[in-house]
Design a protein around this ligand. Structure first.
Ligand code: URA
Length: 240
């Protein structure tokens, strides 16, 4: 993303430090911020992020553009940014201001595979908005084998849509491919809570392992081992 030519100093601080806009104003007032080597107190000062040197807590501050990242999410990693029992997805990614990254559609702690992370809210919305009907493709290992007529029945039921417990409307049509009696690939265009597990559960089966292989036209890069990540290319970003 292109950076603005000039911007207000308090906004620059709120985008380059953990300070909120009001805390940035306070830091400015108390003389903590240096502009080209001199303390500056006026929040409304226009600065040029490419030319001016702004220092806070002895560090020069730099604007980062929008980031678009693909992570191969391993088991026992959670998408939430709150600290809890598990390692967080953002703990695996080494970029400045990592806490600004949002997961593009969460995965359960026991689900592996493609997790996109970004700080571009509009891009995130384009992928997750139910109106866009962007397919998410999951590989599931099933606890009970489905063969012959049972497999055909499940394929039809997934395509018709299922009314899941506690939901007030059926799921949108989903495409189920049985790769073997216990290996299934399911493409869904929504992102309801535990949706894949609940859909198989509604048909009397249980998901033993779950892996997201693709989101829309973007597949998980096979070169990424679990826990590894890379930035998306410009072509990949433009897919959505
Ligand atoms: N559906 C699930 O049940 N779990 C996930 O992690 C993603 C989709």
């Amino acid at each position: 993303m292109s950076k603005p030519a000039t911007m207000r100093l308090d906004r620059f601080l709120s985008e380059t430090t953990p300070l909120t806009r009001s805390l940035a104003k306070r830091a400015l007032k108390s003389g903590e911020v240096l502009l080209n080597g001199k303390p500056i107190k006026q929040s409304a000062t226009q600065i040029d992020p490419d030319e001016d040197v702004i220092m806070w807590q002895d560090e020069p501050l730099e604007l980062v553009g929008m980031r678009y990242i693909m992570l191969h999410k391993p088991l026992e990693v959670e998408c939430s940014a709150r600290r809890g029992l598990y390692t967080r997805a953002i703990d695996l990614i080494d970029v400045p201001r990592v806490e600004r990254l949002q997961p593009v559609g969460r995965l359960d702690v026991d689900t592996t595979g493609l997790l996109l992370m970004t700080d571009d809210g509009q891009w995130l919305h384009r992928i997750t908005s139910p109106k866009r009907r962007c397919d998410k493709v999951y590989r599931a290992t099933l606890a009970d084998p489905w063969e012959g007529n049972t497999a055909s029945w499940a394929i039809e039921r997934m395509a018709e849509g299922l009314l899941l417990e506690d939901d007030d409307r059926p799921t949108l049509p989903a495409t189920l491919d049985m790769l073997s009696p216990v290996e299934a690939e399911l493409a869904i265009s929504e992102g309801r809570y535990h949706q894949v597990k609940r859909m198989f559960g509604a048909l009397g089966n249980r998901v033993a392992t779950l892996h997201r292989r693709a989101i829309g036209p973007l597949a998980l890069d096979e070169k990424l081992a679990p826990g590894e990540w890379r930035e998306l290319t410009a072509e990949e970003i433009a897919l959505f």
